[in-house]
Design a protein around this ligand. Structure first.
Ligand code: ADP
Ligand code: MG
Length: 731
């Protein structure tokens, strides 16, 4: 028997077909179909001391056995009943019934001695066990049977947990000692982990909880290790690619920019600037993830990286997930650069460059001009949306791609952009929300990670309150706060989960998809609730504040309108924006100080955190007010309370992740594929993942092709197998 041996050959076609329904095709598949949980068997008990309702294990000899056929099921299926009577060395007698377990007839002939485990029942004045578990008394594991653990497997209607257990046992009994183990010997030794064959026995036939723990420890590590090996190979492969080094030039654009900056860079911005500078100067492409709290100043870091590349003669592409964000980037970059963004123009700085915008909905003329500036190299920075990925967009010398808000871009899209360089460009990825390091090294494991820990100094923290709908006075007070802020020259956001009345709700992720739903007419149910959609809330807010300019903002608005509204909001001509989550990512108006979120229960933890990061970005404190219909003590309310309780984005994203299944964490849910992580929990197993990453990196460093570890190489190949690698591709 080999790991790849088909179950058909080992167990016959009937069982194999039923196991195939569970996705199990090979010996390895079945052996790695781990029990979901275990139940403890009853203690060994004398037949004379049985009491109804107790879970017991008895050791006894079969005295009599009788099988009969029962009436067929309505569907015509045969049914069998095997009745036996057993006795022990003393005077005890006990009846047992087995339904539809024909194969036991041979095993339970009179005279056979065995263990039986089950729950004692009273039937016709006598005690009996129904469908007890049977273990041969002369089996080597017999001693551990009583009081031991019975595995419960993920099962189907046609293939019960018990029958799966039987099939597993058949395989376990024939696993040869030289069964391939993906974990290299030295790794197993230094981590003190069970060898594979031992771990398989422990997980399927444990004698104690300690056995289960030891097996699980090994399988967790193995999963982390194989995954980290894949990622280490990717890092290695990336290092082998050639790239044009882009070294900083003294007295260039970057220096001129730094001299213009109205603030001091934070410690972290400086340190990461150094890391990125070193990456850019290398002869292989940078693959770096830049993450940090909302408002920690990632954009400045990215811009300084771009200026380094422009100084070195290259061009940069900044890829944003939405048009609103692309336009906002263009505006803020142009503003930060000032005369430095007017390269080639009269009155511009001679060291300057051009920053152009390229989006899908742009009118033809500016679009042609942007395309030309990208192609002839005049534009040092091209800001855009997915339109940048299209084939006819050419660069003269693309040196750096900055991807903003990573989670909206797939690897394919990064690759498409990379293909536009003469040599592969350097890549800097920025995430919108901080992710726990353990997730970063699992999901983005092929990237180096830089984290901005602190917020720029002196910025007052955001205060967040939950405003229950059941407290009308609080609701009134909330709106009064909005009026006060506006009166003080500040700006307010009112965020709604939807645009129209009964329209599609936000899916908690998409910026533009939030606006994808139809705009329905109000229905009776909605009419009774406080308004929560942009188009409902808008007239209400306008009604409350006749002296203020209140405008809507959502993804489906024509882009000129969006741009116009954002511009007026930033300048102060509009004081209140009633918006969808289109403002979630990166929108930066320092004068915005208050945010009201209607129907906050509809948003996820990380999303709320991301949203409130839009206020308090200037010198005044931010205030975020979460309207909620959720009753005190409900899970939805608990989530909102968590958001109100801390501004630590890492803590919140951890909370968020803990509430999801691992597959979701890894993106497998989106791709519709099953996660191949079975034992590993990304959040819980941080220490394991770290250890495995170090060990895998060391191994791949020494032996990139895994020539000395064919069993590991096979496991890696399996993981990369088309449909299993889905979540890796999503990263
Ligand atoms: P992020 O993209 O990480 O959410 P931004 O880069 O948009 O954050 O920065 C948020 C705000 O902080 C911007 O207005 C930016 O100009 C400002 N900022 C960035 N770095 C500093 C700093 N070192 N000191 C003061 N303000 C800063
Ligand atoms: Mg940003």
């Amino acid at each position: 028997m080999q790991p790849r041996t088909p179950l058909r050959r080992l167990l016959g076609p009937a069982a194999a077909t039923k196991l195939a329904a569970l996705g199990l095709q090979t010996a390895d598949d079945l052996l790695r179909h781990y029990p979901r949980r275990y139940v403890e068997r009853g203690e060994l008990t004398d037949l004379t001391e049985l009491r109804p309702g107790e879970h017991v294990t008895v050791r006894a000899k079969v005295l009599r056995a009788r099988e009969r056929e029962l009436r067929r099921t309505p569907r015509g299926k045969r049914r069998h009943l095997l009745q036996i009577e057993v006795g022990d060395s003393a005077t005890g007698r006990l009846a047992m019934s087995f339904f539809n377990q024909h194969w036991l007839v041979k095993r339970l002939r009179p005279g056979t001695e065995a263990f039986f485990a089950g729950k004692v029942e009273r039937f016709n004045q006598a005690l009996q066990l129904t469908n007890p578990e049977v273990e041969d008394a002369d089996d080597e594991d017999a001693d551990a049977f009583a009081g031991g653990l019975r595995p419960l497997y993920p099962a189907t209607k046609d293939m019960s947990s018990k029958r799966i257990g039987t099939a597993v046992r058949i395989l376990l009994d024939t696993v040869p000692p030289e069964w391939p183990d993906p974990l290299p010997l030295q790794v197993r030794r230094s981590e003190r982990l069970a060898p594979l064959t031992e771990a398989l026995r422990l997980i399927h036939r444990p004698e104690s909880w300690a056995d289960v723990a030891r097996a699980r420890e090994r399988f967790r590590y193995e999963e982390a290790f194989v995954l980290q090996t894949v990622l280490a190979q990717r890092r290695q492969a990336a290092r082998a690619l050639p790239a044009t080094p882009r070294r900083a030039v003294a007295g260039g654009l970057l220096d001129a920019f730094d001299a213009r900056l109205p603030f001091e860079l934070t410690e972290g911005q400086r340190r990461i600037g150094g890391e990125i500078g070193a990456d850019l100067a290398a002869t292989h492409p940078m693959h770096r993830l830049l993450q940090g709290e909302v408002g920690s100043g990632k954009t400045v870091v990215a811009l300084r990286a771009m200026l380094t590349v422009v100084d070195a003669g290259g061009q940069c592409a900044l890829l944003a997930p939405t048009e609103v964000l692309a336009q906002q980037h263009l505006r803020s970059i142009t503003a930060m650069l000032g005369p430095l963004a007017e390269g080639g123009l009269l009155g511009g700085d001679e060291r300057g460059t051009r920053v152009v915008l390229l989006t899908g909905s742009q009118p033809a003329a500016p679009r042609r001009e942007a395309l030309l500036a990208a192609a002839n190299g005049e534009a040092g920075v091209v800001v855009g949306t997915h339109a940048l990925l299209q084939e006819h967009v050419d660069f003269r010398d693309l040196g750096l791609v900055v991807v903003d808000e990573q989670h909206r871009f797939g690897v394919e899209q990064r690759d498409a952009l990379r293909a536009k360089g003469n040599a592969p460009p350097h890549v800097l990825v920025m995430t919108a929300t901080p992710i726990p390091r353990t997730v970063a090294i699992t999901v983005f494991g092929d990237l180096d990670v830089s984290t901005l820990e602190e917020l720029p100094g002196g910025r007052p923290p955001i205060t967040t309150h939950v405003v229950p709908a059941a407290r009308p006075a609080w609701v009134e007070r909330t709106w009064a706060r909005v009026a006060e802020e506006a009166a003080a020259g500040h700006r307010a956001y009112v965020v709604c989960p939807r645009i129209g009345y009964g329209g599609d709700t936000d899916d908690g992720d998409g910026v533009d998809t939030a606006d994808g739903g139809p705009i329905d007419s109000p229905d009776a149910a909605n009419a009774r609730r406080p308004p929560t959609a942009v188009l409902d809330v808008l007239p209400e807010v306008r009604g409350r504040f006749p002296g203020l300019v209140v405008e809507p903002m959502y993804g489906r608005m024509p882009s000129e309108d969006k741009d116009d509204v954002m511009r007026r909001f930033a300048a102060g001509g509009v004081q209140v924006l009633v918006a969808t989550t289109v403002i979630e990512v990166g929108v930066d108006v320092p004068e915005a100080t208050v945010m009201v979120v209607t129907d906050a229960d509809r948003f996820g933890i990380s999303q709320l955190h991301q949203l409130r990061g839009r206020v308090g970005r200037g010198s005044s404190a931010g205030l975020c007010l979460l309207f909620s219909e959720a009753p005190d003590g409900s899970p939805a309310r608990a989530r909102l309370d968590a958001v109100a309780a801390t501004v630590d984005g890492f803590e919140l994203s951890r909370l968020d992740l803990e509430q999801r299944r691992e597959g979701d964490v890894l993106g497998a849910a989106q791709s519709g594929r099953r996660s191949s992580l079975r034992s590993l929990a990304v959040v819980r197993d941080e220490a394991v993942i770290r250890a495995a990453r170090d060990a895998a990196s060391e191994l791949v460093e020494a032996d990139p092709q895994l020539r000395a570890e064919p069993d590991l190489a096979a496991a890696v190949a399996d993981l990369l197998d088309a449909d299993r690698a889905g979540y890796l591709e999503k990263a």
